[in-house]
Design a protein around this ligand. Structure first.
Ligand code: BES
Ligand code: ZN
Length: 895
């Protein structure tokens, strides 16, 4: 294929160097091919077959990239000039690089001296695409209402090759001299500070901005931004210049993130005992942005909602989210950027670690958030839910083709990764953990590392068998269910423990059940906050003697819900724990873990759902936000399941009964002395009651909504989501029109998102259709379409069907919009997971067989598995749940 040919996507190209001399031949080397499937040998899971892929040869590698880019913000094209100093280790007549969707104009290579070095020169052109990857355009509206575009980048995982030809693998590090030719009235940013800015000779409207040379780094961390922004600035205690860039006129909204960043940098410097290596760090809000944020070294990009906080219009959960995301991305500046994973197989190291330490950092900056408890409901239980599926995958997974890489940015890499690091940190202790981290970061700085390298450093620091323990968690998928029963032997309690893989579909069947090395803690009612015993369970079965435990004391496993396992207690042990929920003597995170374990045991058919409903009723005195949040989530799952039955209303009654006492205690308005968690709890409870149709809540929500719309009394930011949700769910076409008007008027993306997420609560078929059409309209940013459609699917029974039909009918447009990537996986997951009829699993599978989405293949298999699990659950328990709800209603006093 010759130069003039259209650039195929994801091509790896061979640049043939002389002899023979030019013309330069450009060959398409590899092409994405559709995956075929074969059944797993055990017949448990249809695992995808590997797609053809080869890593770049190691004979030629870059030393320095000198890269100049000239984007045209009106034509949406860019011109590029690359001069790469390369090292040739072995005589060759070809240089193999990555390059996708750009056209090469000229290319040449000139050797220099005898050392095997030389300069590769390539001139090229490309399109500033609208797919939120590579070098792309992001749309914004100026304060005067004019629509304009910024040019921005998103390279992780494999899209730097869309902006310039490069060795696009994380282990091929080099330095970068970047310059940008931009209109003189635009802001131009890159990883490093500006060292020169001069008029561009050919055009007086342009300037050439030159940035300082970067340290050696991976291509996926390179970034540049050209657009119109304001900023706020500070210098952190350790001397780094920190700026937060915002849309024009919104600099104030950058202040919160600026404070967080300025506190976070010294925190990490101290924790790792390694300074931040660049002179500056910019955090910038990008209007069109697929992920939540991206850790480009020195120039971290964010969705607007992950960075901007308006004191009046931002809710408490947004502040918390901004703090977590800033904490996450800044951690990557060390863990990921300074020390980078050797290959994407070790992506979890980056993401799991950052997803753990972001909590440590937020706990340091905002102790009042009680963020570690929130970790359990946000990450730990989410990871267990996914990892109990036959279609899960090990944390460390061999990946090659870019679509396989995209696929592993999932809850296993992030949330299970973070959870096993939390367990490890607890097992090692903070002091040795910190020491090991410093050894690791110092030893591998500016280099690459693999999972084993981290284990080795932590092993050296702690003297504990880290690799042996951790390999059982990262190299095999799933996690154990620990079954425990107890016997009183005189003054002691004898515990019999056994472990077996936990499966969402019930017990593990098959021989050779995987085993884990499980750090287990055991507490008793004597001191519920302290481990009485810590053991490492390294066998399938173990007996443990707890000395001096009185017969009336309870015994509990997994203090703090830190161990990545679920527990099944004998009925006697469980019975003795339940009063600790009612009288709050069990710590909050233990109450949460206990309830969550029981819920998933019920879903797996190991215990009955009615048993869990009874436990849920024991939470009458519960004051803790996170405990409620997890309970609410599980009741939501159950409601969705029962929306397939004709007694959906009965479960709504149950929800109202469970939530009304706390609703009454909280009321609508904050009381003096209340804090962050009270605000979160109030929003959660009122939303739940309103959605379930609790009469008093509905009336008050309508009253406050009316005052809000009429401008009489603006709703506080924390009350907006629950009120919007309530009035929409129980409203009509006029309510929807008002919401859409509020959406149009909203100046903040946070408010737009808030509205978008609740639109799916609407119940009437015509209105549901209107919301779906709105999701694909110009009014909704492309990255947010997913949550609007997902909201419809999760909003009601009719919504679920309508959303699925909508996806099928608009598949081409949706797929084209996201070009694969993780947003398409998220869309599929949100939209089909709620089905609970066997035949839907077949329908979903068949649809994606004829409409392939390579980066979502595993998600699709997980969804089909979940649909079958739902169907089995419904068949098994619907009748007994119905009977229980009826009996319960009959026994309640009538008001
Ligand atoms: N490195 C990721 C960004 C990313 C995600 C790139 C997916 C390519 C594909 C970044 O560090 C990240 O993890 N961002 C999170 C937010 C974080 C707070 C969990 C995200 O985008 O969701
Ligand atoms: Zn990350």
């Amino acid at each position: 294929m010759w130069l003039a040919a259209a650039a195929p996507s994801l091509a790896r190209r061979l640049l043939f160097l002389g002899p023979p001399p030019p013309p330069l031949l450009l060959l398409l080397f590899s092409r994405s091919s559709r995956r075929r499937r074969r059944l797993h040998s055990l017949g448990l899971a249809a695992m995808p077959e590997k797609r053809p892929f080869e890593r770049l040869p190691a004979d030629v590698s870059p030393i320095n990239y000198s890269l100049c880019l000239k984007p045209d913000l009106l034509d949406f094209t860019f011109e590029g000039k690359l001069e790469a100093a390369a090292q040739v280790r072995q005589a060759t007549n070809q240089i193999v690089m990555n390059c996708a969707d750009i056209d090469i104009i000229t290319a040449s290579y000139a050797p220099e001296g005898d050392e095997g070095t030389g300069t590769l020169k390539i001139d090229f052109v490309g399109e500033l695409n609208d797919k939120m990857k590579g070098f792309y355009r992001s749309k914004y509206t100026t304060p005067s209402g004019e629509v304009r575009y910024a040019a921005v980048t998103q390279f992780e995982a494999t899209d730097a090759r869309r902006a310039f030809p490069c060795w696009d693998e994380p282990a091929i590090k080099a330095t970068f001299d970047i310059s940008l030719v931009v209109p003189k009235d635009r802001v131009a940013l890159s990883n490093m500070n500006v060292i020169d800015r001069k008029p561009y000779p050919d055009d007086e409207n342009l300037v050439e901005v030159k940035f300082a040379r970067t340290p050696v780094m991976s291509t996926y961390l390179v970034a540049f931004v050209v657009g119109e922004y304001d900023f706020v600035e500070t210098r952190s205690k350790d001397g780094v210049c920190v700026r937060v860039y915002t849309p024009v006129g919104k600099a104030e909204q950058g202040k919160f993130a600026l404070e967080v960043a300025a506190k976070t940098l010294p925190f990490y410097k101290d924790y790792f005992n390694v300074p931040y290596p660049l002179p500056k760090i910019d955090l910038i809000a990008i209007a069109d942005f697929a992920a939540g944020a991206m850790e480009n070294w020195g120039l971290v990009t964010y969705r607007e909602t992950a960075l901007l906080i308006d004191p009046k219009n931002s809710c408490s959960s947004s502040r918390q989210w901004v703090a977590l995301v800033v904490g996450h991305e800044l951690a990557h500046q060390w863990f990921g950027n300074l020390v980078t994973m050797e290959w994407w197989t070790h992506l979890w190291l980056n993401e799991g670690f950052a997803s753990w330490i972001e909590y440590l950092c937020v706990d340091h900056c905002f102790p009042e958030y009680d963020i570690w408890t929130q970790f359990v409901s946000a990450d730990y239980t989410r990871a267990q839910e996914l990892d109990a599926l036959d279609n899960s995958h090990p944390i460390e997974v061999s990946v090659g083709h870019p679509s396989e890489v995209d696929e592993i940015f999932d809850a296993i890499s992030y949330s299970k990764g973070a959870s096993v690091i939390r367990m490890l940190h607890d097992y090692i202790g903070d002091k040795d953990f910190k020491k090991g981290m410093n050894m690791y970061l110092t030893k591998f700085q500016q280099k690459n590392a693999a999972t084993e390298d981290l284990w080795e450093s932590l092993e050296n620091a702690s003297g504990k068998p880290i690799a042996a323990v951790m390999n059982t968690w990262t190299k095999q998928m799933g996690f154990p269910l620990i079954y425990v029963e107890a016997e009183q032997v005189e003054d002691d309690r004898l515990l019999r423990l056994s472990q077996k893989k936990f499966c969402a579909g019930g017990s593990y069947v098959g021989e050779d059940c995987p085993q884990w090395m499980v750090p287990i803690t055991i507490s008793t009612s004597e001191d519920p906050n302290q481990a009485k015993l810590k053991i490492l369970m390294d066998k399938p079965e173990m007996n443990v003697v707890l000395k001096n435990v009185k017969p009336d004391q309870w015994v509990k496993l997994n203090l703090g819900t830190v161990g990545f396992y679920r527990t099944q207690y004998s009925s006697a042990m469980l019975e003795s724990l339940l009063p600790g929920i009612r009288d709050l003597s069990l710590p909050p995170v233990d109450r949460l873990g206990l309830q969550n374990d029981l819920f998933s045991l019920a879903r797996a058919g190991i215990i009955s759902t009615v048993e869990v409903l009874k436990v849920m009723e024991a939470f009458v005195n519960e004051p803790n936000y996170t405990v409620w949040s997890d309970l609410s989530c599980n009741l939501g799952i159950l409601s969705t399941l029962l929306s397939h039955t004709d007694f959906y209303e009965e479960i709504q009654e149950f929800v109202k009964d469970v939530f009304s006492p706390i609703g009454e205690r909280l009321g609508w308005d904050p009381k003096p002395g209340e804090g962050h968690l009270d605000a979160l709890l109030r929003g959660l409870v009122l939303g739940k009651l309103g959605k379930a149709g609790h009469k008093a809540t509905l009336e008050e929500a309508r009253r406050r909504f009316k005052d809000h719309v009429e401008g009489k009394q603006i709703l506080s930011a924390d009350l907006r989501s629950p009120v919007y949700l309530t009035v929409l769910k129980h409203g009509d076409g006029t309510t929807l029109d008002i919401m859409l008007k509020l959406h149009k008027q909203a100046d903040m993306q946070e408010e737009k998102n808030r509205i978008e997420r609740v639109l799916g609560a609407t119940l009437l078929p015509d209105l549901i259709q209107k919301v779906l059409t709105f999701a694909l309209s110009e009014e909704v940013r492309p990255q947010d379409t997913v949550s609007v459609i997902g909201g419809v699917a999760g909003g009601s029974k009719h919504g679920r069907k309508a959303a699925w039909k909508f996806i099928k009918d608009n598949w081409e447009e949706l797929y084209n919009r996201y070009q694969g990537g993780f947003l398409i996986s998220r869309l599929i997951k949100l939209s089909v997971e709620g089905f609970a009829v066997d035949k839907m699993a077949g329908e979903v599978k068949a649809f994606f067989e004829s409409h392939p989405a390579p980066s979502a293949e595993r998600t699709i298999q997980q969804c089909c598995e979940n649909i079958l699990l739902n169907a089995a659950w419904l068949k098994r328990d619907a009748e007994s749940i119905h009977q229980y709800l009826l009996q319960r209603k009959a026994s309640l006093p009538t008001v």
